[in-house]
Design a protein around this ligand. Structure first.
Ligand code: ACO
Length: 309
C-alpha cells in the first residue's frame, strides 16, 4: 500500500524579505547567505498564524482534489504538522475540519519538526494499510518568523513562513516508510514554548549529511528499487549545500532533485508540500510517477517516504 497524490495547495505570505533586507539590522550580506545556504529570500507572515495559513493551503488542495471528484465529505482524516501552532486547543486540524465541512474526518496535529511532513505522510499510509482511512488531507504549516531570534545571524537567515497541503488517497501498490529519532541529540535545535530557536548549525549540518543519504538508501532497499527508477527525489529544503552534498554522495541526477530554497528558505514541515504544489502547478507531476521524499530536523528526527502520483 502507498499514497497517491490527488490534490495539492500552498499558501505563501505576500511579504518577502530578501537577504539585503536582513542587512538593515544584521551584520551579514547577500553573498555570504547565498554561498553558505543557497537562500536568496524568504516569505514572512505578519498577520496569519500557522492555523490560517494551513487553512488557505488546505482550501487550494481541496479545490485541486475536486477535479478528481473528491470533496470534503470524502476525507477520512486531516493531519497538520507544525512547530509553531498559534492555537493549541482545539487543534489546527480540527479547525480546518470545521471550516472545510469535512464531517467524516478525524483530525489532529503532530510535531516532528522539519521531518513532520514525511512522518505524518508515513503515518497516514500506515492508517491506510489497516483499512482505517482511504483519503487524507496532510498539511505542513509554519510561522517560523515568530520563533526566530532576529539578532542571531547564524539561524534567522535560514527560515521562512508558509504552508503546503496534499490530499492523498490509498493506492494498492507497494510502498515503504522509514522513520528515526535521536532524542539524546535534541539540544542541537531547541525552542521552549514562547521562546526563540537556538541551533548548533554545524552539528545539524553534519547530522543531515550523514542521515539523509542513509534514509534514501534505506527506502530504496525497502522498495527494492534502483535510484534510476525514481522520477523525483524531494529533499527537505534546509540548505542548498546539504541538497548538493546528498546528490553527490548518492550519485543522483540533479534534474531529479528539484529545489525552491532560493525563494522560500527553510519552511520546516511546510517545505515538502510547498515544493510538491509548485511541481504540480508547473505540470511536472505526471500520473504514475515514483517519488521519494526525505526529511530531517529537530528531535533529532529523520525519515523517508515513498509516494506516487
Ligand atoms: N552572515 C555572515 N557571517 C556569518 C553569518 C551570517 N549570517 N552567520 C555566521 N557567520 C560567520 C560566523 O560568525 C563565523 O565567523 P568566524 O569564522 O569569524 O567565527 C563564520 O561565518 C562561519 O560560521 P559557521 O557557523 O562555521 O558557518 P557554516 O558554514 O557552518 O554555515 C549554517 C552556518 C548556514 C547555519 C550551516 O551550519 C547550516 O546550514 N547548518 C544546517 C542548519 C539547518 O539546516 N538547520 C535546519 C534544520 S531543519 C529543522 O528542523 C529546523
Amino acid at each position: 500500500m502507498t499514497g497517491k497524490i490527488i490534490g495539492t495547495g500552498s499558501y505563501l505570505p505576500e511579504l518577502v524579505w530578501d537577504n539585503h533586507k536582513l542587512t538593515e539590522w544584521l551584520d551579514t550580506n547577500d553573498e555570504w547567505i547565498r554561498e553558505r545556504t543557497g537562500i536568496g529570500q524568504r516569505h514572512i507572515s505578519k498577520d496569519l498564524g500557522a492555523g490560517k495559513m494551513a487553512l488557505e493551503a488546505a482550501k487550494k488542495a481541496m479545490e485541486d482534489a475536486g477535479k478528481a471528484g473528491l470533496g470534503a465529505e470524502d476525507l477520512d482524516a486531516i493531519f497538520v504538522c507544525t512547530v509553531t501552532p498559534d492555537i493549541m486547543v482545539p487543534s489546527i486540524a480540527c479547525e480546518i475540519q470545521k471550516m472545510l465541512g469535512a464531517v467524516n474526518a478525524f483530525a489532529y496535529d503532530i510535531n516532528a519538526a522539519c521531518s513532520g511532513f514525511v512522518f505524518v505522510y508515513n503515518m497516514a499510509v500506515a492508517y491506510m494499510e489497516t483499512g482505517l482511512i482511504k483519503n487524507a488531507l496532510i498539511i505542513g504549516s509554519e510561522q517560523l518568523s515568530s520563533m526566530m531570534d532576529w539578532n542571531d545571524r547564524s539561524s534567522c537567515i535560514l527560515f521562512g513562513d508558509g504552508a503546503g497541503a496534499v490530499v492523498v488517497t490509498a493506492c494498492e501498490q507497494k510502498g515503504a516508510s522509514v522513520m528515526h529519532s535521536d532524542g539524546a541529540s535534541g539540544e542541537a535545535l531547541q525552542c521552549v514554548t514562547g521562546g526563540k530557536l537556538s541551533m548548533d548549525g554545524q552539528k545539524v549540518f553534519r547530522f543531515a549529511l550523514k542521515r539523509v543519504p542513509e534514509v534514501v538508501e534505506e527506502i530504496l532497499a525497502k522498495m527494492e528499487m534502483e535510484k534510476e527508477q525514481v522520477d523525483l527525489f524531494l529533499l527537505h529544503q534546509a540548505n542548498m549545500r546539504i541538497i548538493e552534498a546528498v546528490i553527490k554522495r548518492l550519485g543522483l541526477e540533479p534534474e531529479k532533485v528539484p529545489s525552491n530554497i532560493d525563494r522560500m528558505g527553510n519552511t520546516s514541515s511546510a517545505s515538502l508540500p510547498i515544493l510538491l504544489d509548485e511541481l504540480n502547478r508547473e505540470g511536472k507531476l505526471r500520473t504514475g510517477m515514483k517519488l521519494v521524499m526525505a526529511g530531517f530536523g529537530a528531535g533529532l528526527t529523520w525519515g523517508a517516504g515513498y509516494i506516487t502520483t
